[in-house]
Unconditional design. Structure first.
Length: 155
């Protein structure tokens, strides 16, 4: 994954509107995606407008600090948690986060951007960090595509 590809994902996977029901729908899609493609459980957190609106641990997944760390990284970087990972060798601030136990310099956290404004983060933890990231991307592409189709049908 290149930084250009990541920035393109962040620009494309934005919302016109977002609410708690959509957060739950995204979480359920993530659970289905993981069950279909992996034999490991994950933790999922959707953090929106300064609060956790969904926190889910699949059967067998234990609580860990990674979801908190990914949320913090997304909110402070204003990008996917993969963004600082890709730039940590060349960006002074992100390089400091590598050894900071409160940040996650890895994939698996993605920004919730509503009408151009950062509103929260969707985080997955439990697989390889690139797989955590890709699960979110796959689900958001599906959910946003389905929203566009639904809106197109109602016109």
């Amino acid at each position: 994954m290149t930084i250009e590809e990541l920035v393109r994902q962040e620009k494309q996977l934005q919302f016109e509107g977002f609410d708690h029901e959509l957060a739950l729908a995204i979480t359920l899609e993530i659970i289905d995606e993981v069950k279909r493609n992996f034999d490991k459980p994950v933790g999922i957190r959707v953090y929106y407008e300064d609060k956790t609106v969904v926190h889910y641990l699949m059967n067998g997944r234990k609580t860990s600090p990674w979801l908190d760390r990914k949320v913090k990284t997304v909110l402070e970087s204003r990008h996917s948690s993969l963004y600082p990972f890709l730039l940590s060798g060349s960006h002074e601030e992100f390089a400091k986060w590598v050894d900071d136990p409160t940040h996650a310099i890895c994939g698996g956290g993605f920004p919730i951007i509503v009408q151009g404004e950062l509103k929260g983060a969707i985080c997955v933890s439990g697989l390889d960090h690139l797989a955590d990231h890709q699960i979110i991307i796959n689900v958001l592409e599906r959910v946003l595509n389905n929203q566009q189709v639904s809106q197109g049908n109602s016109i």
